[in-house]
Design a protein around this ligand. Structure first.
Ligand code: AMP
Length: 374
């Protein structure tokens, strides 16, 4: 792989341009945060999306268009991405003309579940038992390794519960694998977690890392439904969670916002926290930071990649973020009447089932020091 620069050499002054691969809602929120700091954004995507409404410029062309990628990279001061499935070749070409933060390596790891789990396990951080599946010949050994029930997940392009199916025995595994079209996959032991939380860590180019309070996350049909702070996690597990994220971020010499999704095991389990997934980008479970923190995850990601000092991650309110999926977004007129609710809509025209159309955050005062995590 060609050498790519990973960090700006000096803080980018207002008026500089941040390049963003991807045009979804995360890119939109990054573009708005950048604008608050006087920074411009330029989106590169193969399809026009919600980010384009808020950016100073957009290039909508295939990720395979090397000349267009070069021109995009030459027009910006640093490049980031808002989704982890940006084709690596595109990022590599861009990286020869502008710094890429976070590093390409983070993207490469997060694009493949097997590579990702192996990377985390090699850092001696617990993950669910898992096995690689290249073909049908691997199925029996994989089942023996993970036990039942288990989850069959495609190695690539799975998100929001897509590309994964729970299976309870080897016959079901064989059938499901064939139904999926025999992709490269991992089999993962099913975890009876008590809760799910995520670490939202932001690391600057000097290796300084700050953390937001950990949200407790609930999913519906594999899609994040709500994130709530404070979580009920005890202090020692919060420290363990921070330590896990810090080790991952340090190993990647990471710059920007990193999300680490964790399963919390019931009390008495040998290991209390298991890493489910890492996301090398701003994360849905951190949307509440826009309404309940001095500096949001979006602004801090921009600050980190632009070489600025990180902003305060402190939370001034308790918060619950709820995603508006599909037609749930039609409730915006009611939500807009509620005084302690912030409504965020992404401007997507078609409310397809499972599509994230917006979110809202309900905030309430932190009533006593006891409710704070820090
Ligand atoms: P993922 O796309 O891998 O993040 O999975 C989406 C959601 O499915 C997770 O947030 C969990 O709620 C659930 N899930 C994924 N893997 C497992 C597992 N091994 N055991 C139990 N639940 C899981």
């Amino acid at each position: 792989m060609a050498q790519v620069r990973t960090a700006v050499t000096h803080p980018l002054p207002p008026g500089s341009t941040i390049g963003i691969f991807g045009s979804g809602q995360l890119g939109r929120m990054l573009a708005m945060a950048a604008a608050e700091l006087g920074l411009r954004t330029h989106i590169y995507s193969d399809a026009s999306g919600p980010a384009c409404d808020c950016a100073a410029a957009a290039t909508i062309l295939p990720y395979t268009d090397a000349e267009a990628i070069k021109a995009f990279a030459a027009a910006v001061d640093v490049i980031t991405f808002e989704f982890e499935n940006v084709p690596l070749d595109a990022v590599e070409i861009a990286g020869q003309h502008a710094p890429i933060s976070p590093d390409l390596k983070a993207l490469e790891i997060a694009q493949d579940r097997f590579v990702e789990k192996t990377f985390v396990a090699n850092l001696a951080i617990p993950v669910a038992p898992f096995a690689n599946i290249e073909s049908e010949a691997d199925l029996d050994a994989a089942g023996t390794q993970t036990g039942w029930p288990a989850r069959l997940k495609t190695r690539r392009l799975g998100y929001d519960g897509k590309g994964q199916v729970q299976v309870s025995n080897s016959d079901e595994l064989a059938r499901t694998y064939a139904d999926m079209g025999r992709p490269a996959a991992v089999l993962e032991g099913h975890i009876n977690f008590s809760t799910e939380v995520s670490v939202l860590a932001v690391r600057d180019r000097n290796g300084h890392t700050a953390f937001y309070d950990l949200p407790e996350n609930k999913h519906k049909d594999g899609i994040l439904d709500t994130s709530r702070v404070p979580s009920q996690l005890p202090q020692d597990l919060i420290h363990q969670a921070h330590d896990i994220a810090r080790r991952i971020a340090d190993a990647l010499d990471y710059i920007g916002l990193l999300a680490v999704e964790l399963f919390v095991l019931p009390e008495g389990a040998a290991q209390c926290l298991l890493v489910n997934e890492i996301a090398p980008r701003v994360h849905n479970s951190g949307h509440w930071t826009s309404d309940a923190c001095q500096v949001s995850q979006f602004e801090n990601h921009i600050r980190a990649i632009a070489g600025w000092p990180l902003g305060a991650t402190d939370r001034h309110s308790n918060a619950q973020m709820t995603n508006l999926i599909g037609t749930a977004a039609n409730s915006w007129p009611t939500l807009a009447t509620q005084s302690s609710t912030s409504v965020h809509l992404y401007g997507k025209r078609e409310a397809r089932p499972g599509r994230k159309m917006g979110h809202y955050t309900e905030i309430s005062p932190i009533s006593s020091a006891k409710t704070r995590e820090k």
